[in-house]
Design a protein around this ligand. Structure first.
Ligand SMILES: [Zn+2]
Length: 314
């Protein structure tokens, strides 16, 4: 080896040492392998609808505790089904703001119980609202009066929900299935809606119980749906097997709060879902639950729960 070769070799070794030090430095700085939780790529089976630019429908089951509030967004148009309890106004308005919702084509107050229309007045007063849909029943409560006052203040009118009526939301079709009759129990007055988008469908049962569900079946209208929002927070009074068999859902969503006073969801409800291998989402265990569909595929923002237990184990 001559002197020239020796010098070349030394330069090469210095270069290698420099590169090694640089790699160690970058790894320690986290530049090569950022330590913000994205080290390994998320498992994906092809492109997700959540990142799609194409037309989609999103359904958000907002976690408002022992109450209901559901946002349906289709191609830039929005419908809010219920708005939680009175104290949920900020939560619901903030959720809508986060979703970029500034106007609501439809606001639905399914029935005059506080856990459904509590914050509806706040939503109507603070948002640009086109149509307010409610059942043709009133209640002698301050909460109900406040909703009517808000409607009046915004120079709107309440549209009565009539079974068989349909409403357009983007290219989705919203069909009113209930209430079919007059009832003694306010829960049975619930507006029940079926939303169809392409080949996929979502059913929203509010707090409708067995008599109301039977009346809907008797009309012969289509109830079959891919997703069902279970009636009355998973109460056994709404887990009517004949109705659920006709709906034949793949997924079910229960909206309730951990440790609620009503023991929701009832064990009969969750056992029926488990026995029939229906995948379950529940806001008490999982928080805000959301689905997206392009009219063919339905994707969720999380895995279904494997927790088919009731609200409180006593
Ligand atoms: Zn309720």
């Amino acid at each position: 080896m001559n002197r020239k070769d020796n010098a070349k070799q030394q330069m090469l070794i210095r270069a290698l040492i420099f590169i090694a030090i640089l790699i160690v430095y970058l790894v320690m700085q986290g530049d090569l392998f950022p330590s913000d939780g994205y080290n390994s790529p998320a498992p994906t089976a092809g492109p997700s609808l959540w990142n799609s630019d194409g037309p989609t429908m999103e359904v958000h089951y907002i976690d408002v505790g022992q109450a209901d509030s559901i946002l349906v967004s289709v191609e830039g148009e929005h419908m809010l089904i219920d708005a939680g309890n009175n104290e949920d106004e900020d939560l619901v308005l903030q959720y809508l703001a986060e979703q970029g919702v500034t106007s609501l084509r439809y606001v639905v107050g399914t029935h005059p119980h506080e856990d459904h229309i509590g914050a509806l007045d706040g939503v109507i007063l603070n948002m640009d609202v086109e149509k307010v849909l409610m059942p043709k029943v009133s209640a002698n409560t301050q909460t109900y009066e406040n909703v009517l006052k808000a409607v009046k203040k915004k120079k709107l009118k309440v549209t009565a929900a009539v079974p068989g009526d349909t409403y357009e939301l983007g290219s989705a079709v919203v069909t009113v299935l209930g209430p079919v009759k007059k009832y003694d129990d306010l829960n049975d007055w619930s507006i029940v809606l079926r939303v169809e988008y392409g080949a996929r469908s979502f059913l929203f049962c509010a707090d409708a119980e067995r008599p109301a569900l039977q009346d809907i079946l008797n009309t012969g209208r289509t109830v079959a749906s891919d997703v069902i929002k279970m009636g009355h927070h998973g109460s056994s009074s709404s887990a009517y097997d004949k109705f659920l068999e006709a709906v034949n859902p793949t997924w079910a969503v229960i909206t309730c709060e951990t440790g609620n006073d009503y023991n929701h969801p009832h064990i009969e409800t969750v056992e029926w879902l488990k026995e029939n291998q229906i995948l379950l989402f529940r806001t008490d265990k999982q928080g805000h639950v959301a689905a997206i569909t392009d009219g063919q595929t339905i994707e969720w923002n999380m895995e279904p729960t494997d927790d088919y237990s009731r609200g409180i184990i006593k």
